[in-house]
Design a protein around this ligand. Structure first.
Ligand code: AHM
Ligand code: MG
Length: 337
């Protein structure tokens, strides 16, 4: 008989233990993270079946169970929205898949403290080719009075106001990483017991690394300062902390995760045709910036700290640079010239 190893700490146990540090805590944030973990497990099952799409049926078709087959990003969106709507901790959501915020106007949700923004499946262009993709989420405490429906203002807060932020990567293993102001922790899904278990306690981003991540195909569309910095990355040798390696998966969440663990810098700069960049502030950049900063790294749009940006709409885009502290400082020395 195999006994469960009690040195294993599950996501639920961890968040409840953390809550005990705050005598006035209501447990709502733990509940919210548990709900996110639950949705992630469901999405994980479907992501693992992605290659079977021809067998299970194309998006829009009806499968053998008589259910409509959904695109995975739509499926992921429905799972996260459903679990948060029916939980007791979330008053409303914003999602990359939805045009506008959704306020859960019912008695329980109106009494919930938090709102949540998410990108249900980041890197969705990689789904069909078995490359890691992920879910990114951001949690704010409401500014509107509890007891009433949430409002747009609850969402449109600067990233520095995030209470928690995290991501799930559906990769060679499935990992959920989340940060509060107290620290960043990673939980790997143990499929044998169906639980996220603490695998990466108190993650710190190495102050320097040897990886830079950027879409080189856009090189000639970047501003001069960015080109200069990328060129410096390419010229690094032993005497200047190199050589550097270029790594770009094309799923930001996976690129950022690798750089968080190994040290490195991720860049999605403005390009000529897209001066505002590609990535979305509220559910891609803010959560990653929060995690990186809590872990000791930095994040900017090239001019200001990402977490200080006050959004005007939930789908706002921004240039994005994040990573190890010393690498970010070297980049900034070029951007500020
Ligand atoms: P998505 O949310 O539609 O998946 O788009 C975001 C993704 C990021 O994960 C990734 O870093 C970027 O788009 C890649 O874009 P590009 O192919 O232009 O380099
Ligand atoms: Mg995305």
């Amino acid at each position: 008989m195999t006994l469960i190893n009690r040195r294993v700490q599950t996501l639920d146990e961890f968040t409840i233990q953390q809550m005990r540090n705050f005598p006035n805590a209501t447990g709502e944030l733990s509940g919210l993270l548990r709900d996110i973990g639950l949705a992630a497990k469901r999405v994980n099952v479907e992501v693992n079946k992605a290659g079977l799409v021809d067998i299970l049926g194309d998006a829009g078709a009806v499968n053998v169970q008589g259910e409509e087959v959904k695109k995975l990003d739509v499926y992921a969106n429905d799972q996260f929205m459903g679990v948060l709507r029916h939980g007791i901790s979330c008053a409303g959501i914003g999602s990359e898949e939805l045009d506008d915020v959704v306020i859960f106007d019912d008695e329980i949700s109106n009494n919930s403290k938090y709102v949540c923004l998410f990108d249900p499946l980041d890197g969705s262009a990689n789904i069909d080719v078995n490359v890691s993709i992920g879910t990114i989420f951001s949690v704010f405490r409401r500014v509107s009075p509890v007891g009433q429906p949430a409002t747009k203002d609850d969402f449109l807060q600067a990233g520095v106001k995030q209470v928690a932020a995290g991501y799930v990567i559906y990769g060679s293993s499935t990992i959920l990483v989340y940060a509060t102001r107290r620290g960043v922790n990673g939980f790997t899904l143990d499929p044998s017991i169906g639980e996220f278990t603490l695998s990466h306690p108190d993650i710190k981003c190495p102050p320097a690394g040897k990886i830079y991540s950027v879409n080189h195909g856009n090189f000639f569309q970047y501003e001069e300062a960015v080109k200069d910095y990328i060129t410096v990355c390419q010229k690094k040798d032993k005497t200047s902390g190199g050589p550097y390696t270029q790594r770009y998966i094309g799923s930001m969440v996976s690129d950022v995760h690798r750089n968080l663990i190994k040290g490195g810098i991720f860049m999605y700069p403005a390009i000529k045709d897209r001066p505002e960049g590609k990535l979305r502030l509220m559910y891609e950049c803010n959560p990653c910036a929060f995690i990186l900063e809590v872990a000791g790294g930095k994040a900017t749009d090239g001019e200001q700290r990402i977490l200080d940006k006050v959004p005007t709409h939930i789908h706002e885009r921004t240039p994005f640079f994040t990573g190890s502290k010393l690498m970010m400082e070297e980049l900034e020395s070029y951007l500020n010239k």
